[in-house]
Design a protein around this ligand. Sequence first.
Ligand SMILES: [Zn+2]
Length: 151
Amino acid sequence: MPKAWATRLIMAREINAISNCTEILQAPPHSLTPSGALAALQELSIYTNAESCPMCASAIRFSAFKEYIFGTSIPFLTDHGACWSQITLSSYNIFQQSVLLGTSTQFVGNILGNETDPMFAWQFDESAPCPSSCVRTNIDATPTCVPTKVT
Ligand SMILES: [Zn+2]
């Protein structure tokens, strides 16, 4: 049965990852209690290719991960045409406003942005260069990327 749109919206990448991680921690061989699984998150890092939306950044802070690490920033995404429903509040602001949680999560932004930024630009900005393995062409009047070589 397909999930309702609203359910898919709140099950964003990071929230899905946190949910999967806590399920794994509660299953054998770890077999942690729910509170034990939450405590274990304080020893783990969460990585994302792009900066988390405010909802996911809040979930990361509530989960009390040891570290939050991302590549591409929200301003870079919006500047390059990634205009899905996005709230432009930085995850840094979420972290600054979460001091009353009583936990800490190290904020580590723009890690490998030199690698993730070009891939996001390519995905959302038709004027951005292609990666080395593809080229843009028009297929049925639609700009489309195709591989430069067959593997
Ligand atoms: Zn999100």
